[in-house]
Design a protein around this ligand. Sequence first.
Ligand SMILES: [Zn+2]
Ligand SMILES: [Zn+2]
Ligand SMILES: [Zn+2]
Length: 219
Amino acid sequence: MNKLDGRTCFVCGKYLLNNTPDDLSYLQVHTGGTMKVKPDTYHLFSCPNCNKLAHKRCWYNVGERKKRKGLFGKEWQMICPGCGHVLSSPRSKRTGWNRGYEIPGHPDTDLLELQVPEVMSWKAGSVFGKIGRAIGNFFQAVGLSSLTDPEKSSIGRAAQKIGKSIQDVADRVFKLNIPPEKRSEIRDLKCQNCGAPLPLPGEFEDAVVCAHCGTAHLL
Ligand SMILES: [Zn+2]
Ligand SMILES: [Zn+2]
Ligand SMILES: [Zn+2]
């Protein structure tokens, strides 16, 4: 799930780790009626041609194109909304979503499956994922694990300056989130966690770590 954090669906533009009741999977019930997959589950599917990833529901809504056949007939065909790759030949019928719709040629068992309760508990444990949270006007709180390698090594160097290592750095990292032209307005820096004054960084430093509580700040 780490890999999906912050990534968006190329069809609806929303986060892949977010879902709505419409996304939830149903079983194919042959006696009629509908039955939701339990626990609540939804799927992600990536185009075999362009690899773009989207909610299965978004493929259903947007990828399934309705084509007119003759005067009164219609046909369905799955076409990637990203690259135009054709995923199925025209079919006269399409299974309704609540009847256990599956992407033609790609059964649910081949798809990336997400169980809603698991996604929820994962999110609860990573409140400071890439999405972050705006603090004041300057800083955004993000998780240490969501940072890029260069960002992590900047923090590692900043930690060394105060005799610590990256292992001592708290998981909640603050990222300065203001345009460069506004940076000169900053006269002093305070630790966003404990309020202790932070040393002003040198010209080539892009991180400082609070000596008092070990909270890193990316600049
Ligand atoms: Zn979507
Ligand atoms: Zn595609
Ligand atoms: Zn501090």
